[in-house]
Ligand binder design. Sequence first.
Ligand code: SF4
Length: 467
Amino acid sequence: MMGRREGEQGQFFYSFHLDKVVPPDHLVRQIDGLLDLDWVHKELAPYYSHTGRPSIDPVLMIRMLLIGYIFAIRSERRICAEIQVNLAYRWFCKLGVEDRIPDHSVFCRARNERFRESDALRRIFEGVVAMCIGAGLVGGEAFSIDASLIKADVNKTKRIPGDQPFSWPKAEEASHAVREYLVALDAARGQEDHGGDDGSGEGGRRRKPPKEVSLTDPQATWVARPGLDPFLAYDANYLIDNKAGVIIDAAGSRANRAVEIAVTQTMVERVERRFDLRPRTLAGDTAYGAVRLLKWLVDRNIAPHVPVWDKSARPDGTFSRADFVFDQGRNIYVCPGGAELTSTGNIDQGHIVYYRASKNDCSRCSLKPKCTTATVRKITRDLNEDVRDRVRALANTEAFEQSRRERKKVEMRFAHMKRILRLDRFRLRGLSGVRDEVLLTATAQNLRRLAKLLCRVPPSRATICPA
Ligand code: SF4
């Protein structure tokens, strides 16, 4: 017989305990048992005034943000709405059923002021990494690096060519993203005047203006690749430990290769400083095969398991540099015809050395049609070519193969970021917003991973997770 609920909607008084309605194996319980935010009030106290109305509790805001990033809720307005109706989220945020949810507008100010000044989001991320290390999920022996392009939150039609002069609004009338761009531009000019880098803090030298500049978020990079509709983007950079795929460092950055290399150096140094971990190997794709990074790694006894970036091969079938033999002792190249190419002594761009054959040898050489159309053949050699040779030799080892296989873990982190956490487009504008989003996403991924690995054992046997 069909049942039917009858009568009044409910009783007059309820006995209700929020803790009892959240299932013991719910992800929020597992993560709550791992999370340590005890330091927040003490550390952030200097960034709050001692007078006036009390602000929203920063721990509540951090918990709300984490709910958003862990459960792929992609807007702060939506996070507030979900916490309003979801009891498990309320429980995680330590809110009672009748407590008011803060307005979404409080996050913007907290992020742009107190959280940024105190570096709170990085501290939370590093706290979670420290927990992963404590739980034995980090080997510290082999790391992998990669960067993934994420679309910027802009309308790409609102842009101008990078070399076109543009009158930007005054700072007080400009958006946060434009203000940040103008400050970075001033800093870059100052650096250039003193012969330094581009002032991005990421070591990239700006040799020419960008191709296109967004009027909404001018720090976003115009990405035009074959087969892809061009778009404006930033990079999410991840450094992972190969043992369990824990993200050991994360950074949002402008999207270009020089910046990716500078960010890699920053992350490797930061991990060593914070956690006293220096890997024996670092795996990466060809984008990380620039000699500057290879030498930097080799100098620190880190074996670069990276394909060497080498443009010396010639697609037209003529002899490439690999066909010439370098004689280290005499500092000469010997060509396929047996002639010697000697150094001109000139060093270009601070690291490129030229070697030339003699006019006499080339003019009577039968191999000349396969070698050069110029009067004499010239080849270049990097001052650190021996480093590249050492890295090339690593490519044939079993350890390199293993690193290449394990490097897939960093690609899987990015796939998880885009498909499960739905970060295929940044929500915040400006480089600082992008950095915040990358850090929060990496924190959420590590927390989910930590919960998965530690909390799948029965609760009675789990040492860290109390669920
Ligand atoms: S053209 Fe000159 S450099 Fe080339 S193979 Fe002949 S002698 Fe050697």
